[in-house]
Design a protein around this ligand. Structure first.
Ligand code: GDG
Length: 464
């Protein structure tokens, strides 16, 4: 079988494993069989650019990385990927900061990736590229003379043409996506938005999932990501005897635990969620002293202004909610900006009576699936899920809420806290069936099979 080469912004080199709170390393674990290569940025900043990848071999997998300069990093990662694309694709046009020089930096790093990978790529490799940092990479790899199967998966949502057009380089990016043979999205809605953009912004011909542009055809389809549910369930069971998890369980003194776990990101709906807790305690005073809300919220992307502002806002809201409702022996909101070790996280989900997952917009949201997998079957908790998370397409037995409406979230929390055990069990059984079926392994298999089937048609030959 041809070698699979994964390409992503960051590479989880084994010694750094466990340090990352990101979803990608976990989701692709099944693909990391001997012979695979993972290529991308080392996470290091160097004074000089270098295109020769550093190679580390671990358990038969080759990790190939390059360093970036701090100017590269500012334009590509902070400026364009996270300052323009992330807000745009999460429908936050007001937070989008577009600067030509950032886009130039983004193109330049994508080109470095393509040139550098070109030095270690074999002609019969299959390349699977991940996420919004690397949209032009496929076209640039083609320009290096690579003609093998070339796929891309977008982990975050896509935007419809009317919104996409706000980005001055939208046409270029849509055309770049068309240079891949296969582009996967988390949901059919995101895939359709992309195909609509290709038709409207580029004049491409769309037939079903196929897009014909510039003399070649590519396929844009939905391939929802999942988790390794069985491993997560086992972690959660094991973690029941973890000292810290036991301490948290003991500290509840019989009160219910509501739990939220999110990277600190403005797409995750955290201020509305904190507000919802206040509304719950205000509208349903019977829950005062009866519930603890634990929000685990590891800090992320602090180089981007909006993230620093969010942190200050959450600090303020935590103080406000606790100042208003705390009693001398009870604090409603426990809020930590430190990442929890993964094994403990599974145990904390397991003792949660409610999982609160209320992003304003999210590609999929793996936390929702992890919460379901971790729950005990005989006495499960209740998942509250945003209608704007990709996961809501599948996890329809959750309590589905509009995350912009703190009252609706508060009402769902009340319903969850008072839900009879038979209803909890019935909902959980239906959710678990889906989470254990649409796993990370199934996601990887669907993508690699589809990529194997897609025939690159009349790929234009370009000078290297
Ligand atoms: C992007 C898309 C899509 C979180 N805090 C801790 C921790 N985590 C882990 C969670 C989960 C992962 O990080 C977060 O994944 P999400 O899916 O919730 O969100 P993003 O990071 O925004 O991921 C998203 C995903 O890509 C995959 O395609 O679902 O829509 O935005 O696994 O458990 N892990 C540990 N400690 C923490 O404190 N160990």
């Amino acid at each position: 079988m041809a070698r699979i080469v994964i390409v992503s912004n960051r590479v989880p080199i084994p010694k750094a494993r466990g340090a990352s709170a990101g979803g990608l390393a976990v989701a692709l674990r099944d693909l990391l069989t001997p012979g695979t290569m993972w290529f991308g940025w080392s996470g290091r900043l160097a004074s000089e650019p270098s295109l020769e990848p550093a190679i580390v071999e671990a358990r038969g997998v080759t990790y190939a990385t390059i360093d970036l300069t701090s100017d590269d990093y500012k334009g590509y990662y902070v400026g364009f990927a996270n300052g323009a694309l992330w807000p745009l694709l999460h429908f936050r046009l007001g937070l989008m900061h577009f600067r030509r020089e950032d886009y130039e930096g983004y193109l330049s790093v994508n080109r470095s990736f393509a040139v550098s990978l070109g030095t270690v790529l074999q002609p019969d490799d299959t390349v699977w590229t991940h996420d919004y940092h690397l949209i032009p990479f496929g076209r640039m790899l083609r320009e290096q003379g690579f003609h093998g199967p070339l796929g891309f998966f977008l982990h975050i949502p896509f935007a419809p043409p009317s919104m996409m057009e706000a980005l001055p380089v939208a046409r270029e990016l849509i055309a770049d996506l068309c240079a891949f043979d296969l582009v996967g999205f988390q949901t059919e809605e995101h895939a359709r938005d992309f195909r609509d953009c290709a038709a409207r912004l580029l004049g491409a011909t769309v037939q079903g999932e196929w897009v014909r542009f510039n003399g070649r055809s590519m396929r844009a389809f939905a391939d929802p990501i999942g988790i390794d549910a069985e491993a997560f369930r086992q972690d959660a069971e094991r973690a029941a005897s973890d000292k810290m998890v036991l301490r948290v369980a003991g500290s509840l003194s019989g009160r219910a635990l509501a739990i939220g776990v999110d990277r600190m990101d403005y797409s995750k709906g955290l201020p509305q969620r904190f507000e919802a807790l206040a509304r719950l305690l205000e509208k349903h005073p019977e829950h005062r002293r009866k519930v603890h809300f634990l929000q685990i919220c590891p800090r992320s992307r602090e180089e981007v202004d909006e993230y620093r502002k969010l942190r200050a806002e959450l600090d303020r809201l935590t103080g406000r909610v606790n100042g208003r409702f705390s009693e001398f022996d009870w604090t409603p909101l426990r809020y930590s900006t430190r990442a929890a070790p993964r094994s403990q996280l599974a145990g904390l989900y397991r003792i949660g009576r409610i999982g609160v997952v209320t992003p304003l917009r999210d590609g999929m949201n793996l936390v929702a699936k992890e919460f379901v997998a971790a729950q005990p079957e005989d006495d499960p908790g209740v998942l509250i899920l945003s209608k704007f998370a990709g996961a809501a397409n599948e996890l329809t037995e959750a309590l589905i809420v509009n995350p912009f409406d703190p009252d609706a979230i508060a009402d769902a929390m009340h319903i969850a806290l008072t839900m009879p055990a038979p209803e909890r069990k019935e909902r959980h059984a239906a959710l678990a069936e889906k989470v254990f079926r649409t796993t990370a392994a199934a996601y990887c298999q669907r993508f690699t099979e589809a990529l194997g089937q897609v025939k690159a048609q009349s790929v234009p030959r370009a000078a290297a």
